[in-house]
Each structure stands twice: as structure tokens, then as C-alpha cells.
Design a protein around this ligand. Structure first.
Ligand SMILES: Nc1ncnc2c1ncn2[C@@H]1O[C@H](COP(=O)(O)OP(=O)(O)OP(=O)(O)O)[C@@H](O)[C@H]1O
Length: 292
């Protein structure tokens, strides 16, 4: 039986002291029968040589949450997501998705997930339609459902007219939409999206937002990284902010605002204000001297 180990208590208290924007993470039940937690990471670490890309990450995402994962360039977002979905082995620590230990039982964990990675490694020689159908087969979706869902996804994502074009000839946005369709065709329990709105036009962005909101209404948990604060602010029920591999803020927007105001900040702070504050950006001079 999988158990969730208690985080090291001395580590937790020192992290809390340093990070006023991080609420003590509620511990899930001790067994994998507790399905109210969609994603749990415990003491997750990934090093690349001397670089600590992810440094002792303890995150708990409840089932049905729309969780936004933010951080500046190089903060450790993609590394975290890759470890969560089974693409990159952690240096140490554990990850459970839907109560399944991702690195102990990868096949069972992968069956619960949909994944939209940052860099799309798609089957270039398949058409968009073939690619989505292929994904349906990979996830074991019944044949009749694959056909129906594929056509509906192509329609709603405005890919129907290009459905028989090869993916190699797709634009960045079209590739992202095809990859999203392939990631959700099996109605995953937990959907991981790394920068889903990058390179997407406003019309498609709206469609994708609607699809994601519909998925969460129907019980899918969504974990996504983004640099677009307005989107995160509008969609997410809870956010986590990572900086240099360390979780520096975590909570609902309301909780983060309250903590900002408790720390002498603004009670109406935007997510961007909170983000810049927790990662320690000051109002410095960013002018180029040689433009004077
Ligand atoms: N395969 C790798 N080998 C060496 N270093 C790596 C590797 N992958 C990531 N890193 C380093 O780990 C750190 C975190 O990178 P990561 O891609 O997770 O950041 P990110 O938050 O997703 O950034 P961005 O917003 O720019 O996509 C960076 O310093 C990066 O250079």
C-alpha cells in the first residue's frame, strides 16, 4: 500500500519562517485510498550537476482544483511538471497522482493523466486527425468514442478544415491545439499543461479556457504553468509560485492578498503585484544607458 510520508518537521518549520506566503501544506491521509488529493509531492528534489532546479518541493493539490504554477524563467516549473508526469526522474522525493506513486507504478499513473508538454514532440508525419485518433488508441478509449470525440475536438478547436494536413505543416498554435486534443481524449482525471497559452491567438485561447473550465466542472484536476497572470487570475482556484526551485507562495488568490496586506502590502494587490513581491523584484531602473 502506498503511504504519504510526513515531511521532515524541521525542514517544514524553517521553510515556513522564510516563506510567509506559503501555508503549511495540509497532509493527506496516509494511504492511497484517499482520492480527494489529485497531486501530492513530498520533499521533491531535482539536481542537474550543481544546480538545484527543484529544491524540496512539498505541494498538495486537491481533486477538482484548477492549480496555476507560476515562476520566472528558469524557476523550475517545467522540471517539476516533467517529474510529475513521469518524464524526468527525481533526484529524490515522491510524487503521487490520484493516489498512485508516479515512479513506482508509472503505467497506472500515466493512465490517469493527460499531458501537454512545453516542447511538443508530435508525430510530424501524421495528420491532425490521425494523431488524435492515435492518442485515443494509446489510452484505450473505445473505437466508437474515439471517432466521435475526435471529430468534436477538431470542430471545437477549429482544426476541422486542416484535419487531414500533416502535423509538420501545422502552425505553432495548431500544433498546441492538436496536442491538447490528444491529451484530453481519454477524459483524464488529472491534466498537466506546461504553458498552454503560449503562441495561441485570442480566439483559440478563449476556446481552450472554456474547455479547461468545462473539464474542471466535470471533476478533472488541472495543473498548469503559465506566465500570463490575467489568465491564471481568471481561471485558477489556487496558485503556487516557485523561484529558484523553492516554493515561495501557495494558496488561493484571496489568501495571497490577505498575506500581502499582512506583510504591509496592498489588500487589493493583483497576482502580478504578489508575484513580483514574492520573487523579490524591486522598482529598479531598467533603462538602457546607451539610449540616452
Ligand atoms: N536537462 C537539463 N540539464 C541541465 N539543466 C537543466 C535541464 N533542464 C532544466 N535545467 C535547468 O533547471 C532550471 C529550471 O529549468 P526549468 O525549465 O524547469 O524552468 P522553467 O521555470 O520551466 O522556466 P521557463 O519559464 O523559462 O520555461 C534552469 O536553471 C535550467 O537551466
Amino acid at each position: 500500500m502506498t503511504t504519504f510520508p510526513e515531511p521532515n518537521s524541521s525542514t517544514t518549520s524553517s521553510i515556513e519562517q522564510q516563506q510567509p506566503y506559503v501555508t503549511p501544506v495540509p497532509l493527506p491521509a496516509q494511504t492511497n485510498t484517499d482520492t480527494s488529493y489529485a497531486i501530492v509531492t513530498r520533499n521533491l528534489i531535482r539536481q542537474f550537476d550543481q544546480k538545484w532546479a527543484v529544491n524540496n518541493l512539498n505541494l498538495t493539490v486537491r481533486a477538482g482544483e484548477f492549480f496555476g504554477f507560476l515562476g520566472p524563467n528558469g524557476a523550475g516549473k517545467s522540471t517539476t511538471i516533467k517529474m510529475m508526469v513521469g518524464l524526468l526522474r527525481p533526484s529524490s522525493g515522491n510524487i503521487w497522482v490520484g493516489g498512485v506513486d508516479v515512479w513506482q507504478d508509472p503505467l497506472r499513473a500515466r493512465a490517469l493523466m493527460g499531458v501537454l508538454p512545453e516542447y511538443l514532440n508530435l508525430y510530424e508525419r501524421l495528420s491532425g486527425r490521425e494523431f488524435i485518433i492515435f492518442s485515443g488508441h494509446m489510452y484505450g478509449v473505445p473505437e466508437a468514442d474515439i471517432q466521435k470525440r475526435t471529430e468534436e475536438l477538431l470542430q471545437i478547436l477549429d482544426l476541422a478544415n486542416d484535419a487531414d494536413k500533416l502535423i509538420v505543416d501545422y502552425s505553432v498554435g495548431m500544433r498546441k491545439k492538436a496536442a491538447l486534443a490528444a491529451a484530453i481524449i481519454h477524459r483524464p482525471q488529472v491534466l498537466f499543461l506546461d504553458e498552454p497559452f503560449e503562441g495561441i491567438d485570442p480566439v483559440s485561447s478563449r476556446v481552450i479556457r472554456d474547455i479547461l473550465q468545462d473539464l474542471t466542472r466535470r471533476g478533472t484536476t488541472i495543473f498548469f504553468s503559465s506566465h500570463i497572470m490575467e489568465v491564471v487570475e481568471r481561471l485558477c482556484t489556487r496558485v503556487g509560485i516557485i523561484n529558484q526551485g523553492v516554493l515561495v507562495a501557495e494558496g488561493s488568490l484571496q489568501e495571497l492578498r490577505e498575506r500581502a496586506s499582512g506583510n504591509g502590502g496592498d489588500k487589493d494587490a493583483t497576482l502580478e503585484d504578489i508575484f513580483l513581491n514574492v520573487i523579490g523584484v524591486r522598482n529598479e531602473n531598467h533603462n538602457l544607458s546607451w539610449l540616452d
